[in-house]
Design a protein around this ligand. Structure first.
Ligand SMILES: *Cc1c(COP(=O)(O)O)cnc(C)c1O
Length: 454
């Protein structure tokens, strides 16, 4: 126990120092990969070391090479921070070291997973009884949901994938919005379905229901899946679910919604209109490590038909299983996995229903303030309708926009990602950290004004 006590105390001290430093440290890392290797020492030692000393070495060597992703001024990609309750629960998760694949050996995790599943489905206003698989992230959530969908549409066509594989089968056609996230394509590749067929989108990246209708009616009779999106990474826009889902269902398609960061709009009374009609879909993917602010890694694969998910992910293969509860591993690709439900439960318990709504609303309010501030900068142009947490802006031509992105990174006050959208270099801002404050927004805008003026 001595070893544990000292090593954990050191980890606690280093963790707190890191969290305290977030308020003032530059957001980008100051050390390179080579610097960190040199600090750690490149060679595997022959003999053992004291665990506490190893923790010290790791912390000290890595600290300058850490990007302040949990900072309130990190607006890159769609990252999310770590809520204190979720972070602390994640520490316990590691200490408890539960292999949470089987119900009977880990009653505590199974209980927490059951409760968190019910809370999430309720909070998001999804069909009661939907299954939630706790996976590593949005990519695997898309994969898991689309596996259930693939197998279901093929089963409907009289083809059992588990038994016969894909070769020689009727095939599956997948329709996606032209601006779906790349990980949807990746998940489809893992599933042996090849590249999807893109359907036209509007100026905000929302799927065009008329184009979707004509694609569905073009005479291709293969079993079909339609992948819709809640939250475009550039514009934050949501597909028109109320029109698109019934259209797809009229053609017998499985409808999946990729809502890696946007699905949580459903938890806010103010923003729920963005997902109107999404509850009629068959599956939904989201990340807990983005908008919900649990530490990496945690994604949520939500499927209306529990038996369909179990048929695809379970080790029984059989569609009709009589064990009511099922096993946690029946809902995810892995057998052994960490207790991901603990931090999810903790953040939901800490925030409560109103707290989650307030979190979502605050992220959106900050995004609106950032858009307003950017719009006021001479020569800047906000390119999207800011309906959620994402802002896309250009500063004149591509060269100048890229120079502004670089100047922001060099300054270090905040991190915003450079990207391309609609064939244009853009600065992309994503507000996804619970701790972002008005002061963070002001400081970041001041740095951006400065960068744009250079
Ligand atoms: C982030 C994201 C993903 C992928 O999620 P990971 O957690 O990075 O695997 C998928 N879709 C959308 C819309 C995303 O924003």
């Amino acid at each position: 126990m001595e070893d544990h006590g000292v090593a954990l105390e050191r980890a606690h001290t280093h963790a707190l120092a890191w969290l305290v430093s977030l308020g003032t440290r530059p957001v980008p890392a100051s050390a390179s990969i080579e610097d960190v290797v040199a600090r750690l020492g490149p060679d595997l030692p022959d003999g053992p070391s004291d665990p506490a000393e190893v923790v010290d070495l790791l912390a000290v060597a890595c600290e300058p090479g850490l990007t302040a992703m949990p900072s309130g001024r990190f607006f890159g990609f769609v990252i999310g921070g770590t809520h204190p309750a979720a972070l602390a629960a994640d520490w316990l998760t590691s200490a408890w070291d539960q292999n949470s694949g089987l119900r009977r050996i880990t009653p505590a995790h199974s209980a927490v997973e059951d409760v968190a599943e019910r809370w999430l489905v309720d909070l998001l206003g999804l069909p009661e009884g939907s299954a939630v698989g706790f996976v590593t992230g949005g990519t695997m959530a898309n994969f898991t949901c689309l596996a259930a969908g693939r197998d279901a549409v093929l089963r409907e066509a009289g083809w059992d994938v588990a038994e016969r594989g894909l070769v020689g089968g009727p095939g599956v056609r997948v329709l996606v919005g032209a601006e779906r996230h790349d990980t949807v394509d990746l998940a489809l590749r893992y599933l042996g379905l090849g590249a999807p067929e893109p359907v036209a989108v509007d100026g905000e990246g929302r799927i065009d229901p008329t184009a979707l209708a004509s694609a569905l009616e073009d005479g291709d009779e293969r079993p079909t899946m339609v992948v819709l999106q809640a939250g475009n990474v550039h514009s934050g826009a949501f597909d028109p679910f109320a029109e698109a889902v019934p259209l797809a269902h009229e053609h017998g398609a499985w409808v999946h919604v990729d809502g890696a960061f946007g699905l949580f709009a459903a938890a806010s009374g103010t923003h729920r209109h963005l997902v109107a009609g999404f509850e009629a879909a068959d599956s939904w993917a989201t990340d807990a490590h983005k908008t919900l602010n649990v530490p990496y890694d945690c994604g949520l694969a939500i499927v209306r038909d529990r038996a369909a998910l179990r048929a695809s992910m379970g080790m029984h293969g059989d569609y009709l299983i009589h064990d009511e509860a099922g096993e946690p591993f029946d809902k995810v690709p892995e057998i052994s996995r960490r207790g991901r439900a603990f931090p999810v439960w903790a953040v939901l318990r800490a925030l409560g229903r109103d707290g989650v709504a307030d979190l979502v609303d605050r992220l959106c309010t900050h995004a609106t303030a950032l858009a307003k501030g950017i719009g006021d900068i001479e020569g800047a142009e906000v390119l999207n309708d800011v309906v959620f947490t994402q802002v896309c802006a250009a500063f004149g031509d591509d060269d100048h926009t890229q120079a502004v992105v670089q100047a922001m990174l060099d300054d270090g006050t905040a991190w915003m990602t450079g990207s391309r959208w609609h064939d244009r270099a853009v600065l992309r801002v994503s507000v996804s950290n619970w701790s972002t404050s008005e002061d963070d927004v002001e400081r970041s805008l001041a740095a951006l004004r400065e960068a744009a003026g250079r």
